[in-house]
Design a protein around this ligand. Sequence first.
Ligand SMILES: Cc1ncc(COP(=O)(O)O)c(C=O)c1O
Length: 395
Amino acid sequence: MKPPITIIPGAAQGQAVTPLLAPAAVAAVRRFHQSLPDYQPTPLVSLPGLARKLGVANIFVKDESQRFGLNAFKGLGASYAMATILAAYLQLSGDPLDYAMLTAPAVRQQIQTLTFITATDGNHGKGVAWAAALFGCRAIVLMPRGTKPCRAEAIRAINGTRVEITDLNYDDAVRQAAQLADENGYLLIQDTGLAGYEAIPNAITQGYTTMAAEALEQLYDRGIAKPSHVFLQAGVGSMAGGVLGYLAHYYDQAPPLTTIVEPDTVACIYKSVAQGNGQPLAVGGHPETIMAGLNCGEPNPLTWPILRDYASFYARCPDWVAELGMQTLAHPQTSDPAIVAGESGAVSLGLLVALSQDQNLTSLKAQLQLDYNSTILLFNTEGNTDPEGYQAIVG
Ligand SMILES: Cc1ncc(COP(=O)(O)O)c(C=O)c1O
């Protein structure tokens, strides 16, 4: 028997969401991204055939596998945060930050000896390596135990970046990166908050809002002012928090019904909500999941309050749900376009399919208020980042 999906509702508390994610506050983030040489909005793909089959009005997939040629959305956060670090280092003042300003010959000379360090389960590290190469700096990337060699290789291939697969879980690898930064004068560029370390992860979270802003514009161009449902995958929750915080501002404290989606073995946001005291909870040990990008056991303390206060549901998904999503997107049984989605990118779509097709899950579908009026927005946060695994699952 397949292990079950579990979903709990949120208890939206309607508190003010951080002003850092207000559209006016992040307009400069978008302008910075637009100044990058490889910037293009990623496609918003409509899947009308699948929507009909599942009994909903619309399904839109924002395909982040096409972001900056990196196969995942994470370059958005890494590039913007790196720009803010460089601007502070160079004592540049004023908005807006832009690529030309940070790559002028005199600036390049001043920053070329800088080394950034981070821990990653893959995509963020690749984004950091890419952003460091853009600005002519160096990067060191630590990865957790169990990392597939192909993911490390993909990072090394960018500018000869130094990559080490450690014997630590993701959260301990983060602490090790912070320690190495302290000891060696490296610049820590981490996508989760630590005690006394907030500005950079906050800039990373702000960086992710560009994909939400693009998606809302693309929906608007198709005559949709507001999706009814959004599904957001979470590791530490920086991406989900950034997008949901942006949506909460954009829709005046009433975001679409948003479900936070995690692997069942490492569902730290779900468990934090379930314990009911409003505090984040860490899942320790060495959890296993094919969703490598979501294999993080400790919520980002900076985005946790947004997820706690504004999400409507929290879902724990076994690996088969990610596989179902990958297969459905790769082999549409209608005239819908095919989408290449990796494990962490596809799990939300897999959840939607499972809820709509499995008779045993009808009550969960009803709980989520999914019906023929629903317009659903999903983010395919990664493409094929593990070719062997992809082949085995998708065929
Ligand atoms: C493909 C993919 N999707 C989603 C996420 C989740 O992002 P976060 O860790 O900010 O929750 C990650 C994180 O690495 C990822 O790689």
